[in-house]
Design a protein around this ligand. Structure first.
Ligand code: COA
Ligand code: AMP
Length: 645
């Protein structure tokens, strides 16, 4: 544990007062913030509980999120301001859309969907690359009060199918291809494959044909995006209840079935609007860039909804931090579009650092517009923090949140004058979040003791009210472990000054290149292989991606399959079922798995061995000798940070 940090300054009184009020009087605090957005009908009550006892915000309020993101600005002086800049080095395109243009595109596409029978409360799956049409599709759903569920384009048909079966969309919107560096990835065959096996069948698919790949269409079911627009007029915004879902976003849990995180309209709009100034320090009119994919929570909140609701210009980047065309792309975009705040994942910075350690590309651009770099998605290692801070000479702000929260839970809220004293901590609790570190018994731990990171209920607006059609799983996954708290799934500690340190997941969730994946799900897939008796998939440290999964496998008796062949088969299986993004590359055949005497697999110890971290051998271990065998096996194959020189 670090000692109390000497460089920490006294907290600004603006933060202390606002945070204190948000915890002591959440209704007063959020009631005031609700005044910052335009409601069709003001909420009757600020905080209530529903029939399940779950907290709900802004009961009785009526609004429309697409109205707030677009029409409101068109009507209030921002019609000609750029709403969205599409910057796509992979297609050599830069296109700007004003608020009026984007509003018109969205209204028209909403009209087209409405013509297909999509209306309030219907679900729509969006499986698209990072292109303006994806943003238009999301906002068009919001305009109609339909519930969108965006599926990350890097996911394979199996993952798409699971989500389609759970969300039961009336239509699925997709594109003919995505682009990964120089590779064109045809999406339509992946969608077709998902629909071949899904139990649920949408009425239609709408396909945006990109010029690089032409998707084969199934007449009657598949409709062409552009043709559909030709015969349609605009649709108006449909007022929805504050509690009505805006979207479902599936995220990895500990099993093969992802969790459908529900986001409501009212709490979401209020929280995101508030966060833009308070957390990120941006004003309406500023250019905000979240270098994310629309398929992730960051893409939803800070690429699409928050910057638009706040009247900013958002940048939609279709490319990679490197090789599109080089490690200077991020700096070129900041310069060219006057970006004030960049939000990305540490893995992106590590990729740039790896290709351009001296920062030569940065020297091509001075970046006077840039005020802050925000990082999230995984822990920011100290070396990367200092490298990028020295390079950019702006505050680098690590902050912590999850798909479930939809906006930051811990950060240095620059809007209240907080700046990070030094790396390592994700900052102080954000207004509305009473973050506590709990021990096994649910009691709050003293500073510097590591435990479960939990948030005292009620969660602030914007956080998940429940899981899609699964209240029971919501209760079991998040609320039951520590009554009165939301369990985040992360471990960590708080120092004497109240700064929070996130140490990593305590469950089967890993973060590969900022993509959240479930090792539990991979284990289920590996275990289904005919040669496998039992297995463990663990996330080990990866220099570039933060983490990557490896499999340790015990063969069934009598199985003679070679390790190399099994590895090839399992690597192909995970690639086919989850997608290449899982970055599952190694399988080790071991004689046994380390277990406690009661049969619990000791996954954390295997991770520690691979990472070269210190670990204590539990007294309950069944067979300590297996740890040495695993150590030697990893070493002989040079797998794991501890064994790569
Ligand atoms: N669609 C299809 N395939 C995808 C994909 C997508 N959206 N994203 C990644 N993949 C594929 C890659 O093409 C690669 O396939 P391959 O094995 O056939 O080469 C595989 O998944 C692994 O990709 P990745 O781990 O991303 O490695 P990479 O070398 O392609 O790129 C980085 C490395 C660091 C540049 C890249 O991971 C990156 O940009 N990371 C930042 C991500 C980010 O910002 N996350 C924040 C989310 S909030
Ligand atoms: P996701 O739901 O994909 O946003 O992933 C959320 C998880 O990513 C969290 O539960 C953390 O484990 C991890 N995470 C996100 N931000 C940070 C951060 N700043 N520091 C450490 N871990 C983080």
């Amino acid at each position: 544990m670090p000692e109390t940090m000497e460089t920490k300054t006294k907290k600004p009184s603006a933060y202390v007062e606002a945070y204190g009020k948000s915890i002591a009087d959440p209704e007063g605090f959020w009631g005031e913030q609700a005044g910052q957005i335009a409601w069709y009908k003001q909420p009757e009550q600020i905080l209530t509980t529903d029939e399940n006892g779950f907290y709900r915000w802004f009961k009785g309020g009526k609004l429309n999120t697409a109205y707030l993101a677009l029409d409101y600005h068109v009507e209030n002086g921002r019609a000609d301001q750029t709403a969205l800049i599409y910057d796509s080095p992979v297609t050599n395109t830069i296109r700007k859309y004003s608020y009026r243009e984007l509003r018109d595109m969205v209204a028209r596409f909403a009209g087209a969907m409405s013509g297909l029978g999509v209306s309030k409360g219907d679900t729509v799956v969006i499986y698209m690359p990072v292109i303006p049409e994806a943003v238009v599709a999301m906002l068009a759903c919001a305009r109609l009060g339909a519930i969108h569920s965006v599926v990350f384009g890097g996911f394979a048909p199996h993952e798409l199918c699971v989500r389609i079966d759970d969300a039961k969309p009336k239509i699925v919107i997709s594109a003919s291809c995505g682009i990964e560096f120089e590779k064109h990835i045809p999406y339509k065959p992946l969608l077709d494959k998902a629909l071949e096996v899904s139990k649920h069948q949408p009425d239609h698919t709408i396909i945006f044909q990109r010029p690089y790949v032409e998707a084969a269409m199934q007449p009657g079911r598949d409709l062409d995006y552009m043709e559909l627009l030709q015969n349609t007029g605009p649709a108006d915004c449909v007022p929805v209840d504050a509690h009505d879902p805006l979207y479902i976003l599936y995220t990895s849990g500990t099993t093969g079935k992802p969790k459908g995180i529900v986001r409501d309209n009212g709490g979401h709009a209020v929280a995101l609007k508030y966060s833009m100034q308070a957390v990120y320090g941006v004003d309406p009119g500023d250019v905000f860039w979240a270098a994310s994919d629309v398929g992730w929570a960051v893409g939803h909140s800070y690429l699409v909804y928050a910057p638009l609701i706040h009247g900013c210009t958002t940048v939609l980047f279709e490319g990679k931090p490197v090789r599109t065309p080089d490690a200077g792309t991020f700096w070129r975009i900041i310069k060219q579009h006057d970006v004030k705040v960049l939000f990305t994942a540490p893995t992106a910075i590590r990729a740039i650092k790896k290709e351009d350690p001296e920062g030569h590309h940065k020297r091509r651009f001075d970046l006077p517009s840039l005020k802050y770099l925000f990082l999230a998605g995984e822990r920011c290692d100290v070396a990367t923090y200092y490298w990028v801070k020295d390079l950019l000479r702006v505050p680098v702000i690590d902050h912590w949140w999850q798909t479930e929260s939809g906006w930051p839970m811990v950060a240095n809220m620059v809007g209240y004058g907080l700046v990070p004293p030094e790396p390592g901590s994700a900052g102080l609790p954000v207004c509305g979040y009473k973050v506590e570190i709990l021990g096994e018994d649910g009691k709050e731990l003293i500073p510097a003791q590591e435990g479960y990171v939990a948030v005292k209920l009620p969660l602030p607006p914007g956080c998940l009210p429940t899981l899609w059609e699964d209240d029971e799983r919501f209760r079991k996954s998040y609320l039951d472990r520590f009554p009165g708290y939301y369990m985040t799934g992360d471990g960590g500690y708080m120092d004497e000054d109240g700064y929070i340190y996130i140490m990593g997941r305590i469950d089967d969730v890993i973060n590969v290149s900022g993509h959240r994946l479930s090792t539990g799900e991979m284990e289920e897939m590996v275990a289904a292989h005919h040669a496998v008796a039992e297995c463990a998939v663990v996330g080990i440290a990866d220099e570039l991606r933060g983490q990557r999964p490896i499999g340790l496998v015990v063969l069934k008796d009598g199985q003679l399959i070679k390790e190399e062949q099994l590895e090839q088969e399992l690597v192909a299986l995970i690639r086919e079922k989850i997608g290449a993004v899982a970055y599952f590359r190694n399988v080790l055949v071991v004689p046994r798995l380390p277990k406690t005497r009661s049969g619990k697999i000791l996954r954390k110890i295997m991770r520690n061995i691979a990472d070269g971290d210190h670990y204590a051998i539990p007294s309950t271990i069944d067979d300590p000798a297996i740890l040495t065998e695993i150590h030697d096996k990893l070493k002989s194959r040079s797998i794991g940070k501890a064994f790569i020189l």
